[in-house]
Design a protein around this ligand. Sequence first.
Ligand SMILES: NC(=O)c1ccc[n+]([C@@H]2O[C@H](COP(=O)([O-])OP(=O)(O)OC[C@H]3O[C@@H](n4cnc5c(N)ncnc54)[C@H](OP(=O)(O)O)[C@@H]3O)[C@@H](O)[C@H]2O)c1
Length: 301
Amino acid sequence: MGAIEQARVTVIGLGQMGGTLADAFLAAGHRVTVWNRSADKATPFVARGARAAESVAEAVRDGDLVLVVLPDYEVAQRILDPVAAELAGKTVVQLTSGTPEQARTAGNWAHRHGISYLDGAAMSGTTLVGRPEALFIFGGAAATFAAHRNVLRALGNPVHLGDDPGLAGLYDTALFGLIWGALSGFYHGTALARADGVDARSFAEVAAEHLSFIAYLLREHAGQIDDGSYPAEDGTLDVHAAAMDHLIDTSRQFGVETAVPELFATLIQRGRRAGLGSEGIASIVRPILSGAVEQRQGTPL
Ligand SMILES: NC(=O)c1ccc[n+]([C@@H]2O[C@H](COP(=O)([O-])OP(=O)(O)OC[C@H]3O[C@@H](n4cnc5c(N)ncnc54)[C@H](OP(=O)(O)O)[C@@H]3O)[C@@H](O)[C@H]2O)c1
């Protein structure tokens, strides 16, 4: 192992995610203290070099960076409240999943107690943790993130979204939609490919290559959505409606369930009914956002 700056890291919660994070810090050579409600879960981590604290207070005293990885904010707050005084001057990194509002409330709580606070989300499951491609996103003071960035690198690729602690929860929640949408499309496409005799692995190889085009479209269309202008260069809603009909018809011919393409076809039809048929495909965001428009007056859609 090269010379690293050894940090004192505490991990509270040794479930599937917390345990993986504790191991990543150990692998990076940091001094790791762990605490878990069921104390026996700490034993294998001690065998790998961690120190098991007997209480939350002891765990918190032992670390400068305190990661909290619990099922929800209610549980996390119940555990942290009694040790607020011990946490003063330290940094809490909340990796418990929750809403932006819960993160902001926790950030305010930390601020009142003189605790530096980052609210994060693990975006790549557990199996990639410790590798550079494992994405971790954080909201919270830029200076706090900068101070701990090198230590957080033990987990993968730590990315700072901004000073607002609610940002990680917001991105995390919004990106659920991306992963489920992408996987829905993949599962449907795989079913169609298999129905015509192509195995899933062969299909996935080509689908994975196709993702770079999809990533390109995300960035292009984000600019259009922010600017409220939808050129037709990636196809109009009318053109995409015809393509969706083709996908739905072909699926039916092969006896493949059509709920996935029908969802997108329904959204396209809504856009066409709203008069967007000759606009670029990214204008589909307008009917999707229609309920939110009144709350965000002045935002171009
Ligand atoms: N697993 C993933 O792939 C993944 C991915 C992204 C985000 N996350 C997020 O990470 C957080 C933890 O998930 P996980 O998968 O690690 O969960 P998990 O495997 O179910 O572990 C839950 C942990 O919370 C502890 N716990 C539960 N109730 C508690 C209570 N009332 N008081 C104290 N400790 C309590 C458990 O302790 P005991 O051992 O005593 O039961 C255990 O350490 C969640 O917010 C989850 O959404 C997980």
